[in-house]
Design a protein around this ligand. Sequence first.
Ligand code: XLS
Ligand code: NI
Ligand code: NI
Length: 436
Amino acid sequence: MQEFFPGISKIKYEGTDSKNPLSFKHYNPNQKVLGKKMKDHLRYAVCYWHSFKGLGADPFGPGTIIREYNNSSCPMEVAEMTMHAAFEFFTKLGVEYWCFHDRDIAPEADTLAETNARLDTIVKLAKKLQDDNGMKLLWGTTNAFSHRRFMAGASTNPSPAVFAYAASQVKKAMEITKELGGEGYVFWGGREGYETLLNTDMKREFDHLGQFLNMAIDYKKKIKFTGQFYIEPKPKEPTKHQYDFDAGNCYSFLQKYGLANDFKLNIEANHATLAGHTFEHELEFCVANGILGSVDANRGDLLLGWDTDQFPTDIYDTTKAMYTILKDGGFTTGGLNFDAKIRRQSVDPVDLFHAHIGAMDAFARGLKNAAKMLKEKRLAKFVKQRYSGWDNGLGASIEAGKEDFTSLEAHTLKHGEPKVESGRQEMLENILNEYI
Ligand code: XLS
Ligand code: NI
Ligand code: NI
């Protein structure tokens, strides 16, 4: 088989003294942190769309990145070569998981039946390559946002025929995800939102989205697919407003439509910031509600207001994220999927390695920092102390539901002005800095 990343051998852990850019300085897959191997904490996944199908196109120009595996006029030959290139990359990088959309791995044909047949061909190859290389599928998903039929949404489209098309596509994507042993399935509604309310029946669109996801649960049970379902919040882009706006919004939606027991969330760093939150806010919200599932690990650019999907390199971000994830007991079905793309000028095959190596090292550092923070409990002790008034006396009595407005008024009249206490923000920020 042709080599698509020639001259690059398996990336190794060389430690912090190494000056070799093609080595890990922190990510040492079998090193134990809090009694568990780093690779099992982090569960890194490479995404197929940005890493192999994204070639640097932006709204102002087509792709800049030239890849050997695109060197054919036959679309299925390109699909097969791309799959080989992807697995060469996964194994050289040393990750155990990957993620894909149906349309990333096989191009759409003229009819749904032909498209599905193409998928079957490629899935057979992917399954073989997974087995040969000890690779696993973190999650699969559907691209129901690129084709023009989905311009007004998939399950929230005003046309029932488009709703049906989207259902057929998700049905097949769930089947192939199951076939590949996928540990999860993501719903990201790229165009499940609106451009203008002048042409939109918001109530009906929400109801249809709820109905669609309930049908997906039914089908999941029917085919005995045991992977975890995730919703991936994003506030906007490509639509002006996306219904899965943020974690809080998704959670209310899931509860309203009876979906809360069957879905967890896939939190993406750059989507959090687009929604006006921090990455750790979205994670913390999920932990507070028991719905943290998986993570699309990337970052945005504070000066650019769109989903730039850059590779994560900020150690504060990775430390705080890993602290929250560890507090929650760590990933079960989920992991860290690099839903990130190399920049338009990063045109060489080696750039894809630099990007992933940096991101994996950044999260490995985050993991080590967070483990230390957790072990030393300095932050946790402060928080515990701050709320200790609720552990006994008046606080415990309120939490137990034994107080009412009359008894609380009596308490206040008797005890007078409450004591105010410092939040110690600056001290806590300094403590965090000690771990970075
Ligand atoms: C786009 C989303 C997408 C999902 C999968 O912004 O992040 O890549 O992760 O459809
Ligand atoms: Ni994503
Ligand atoms: Ni994104």
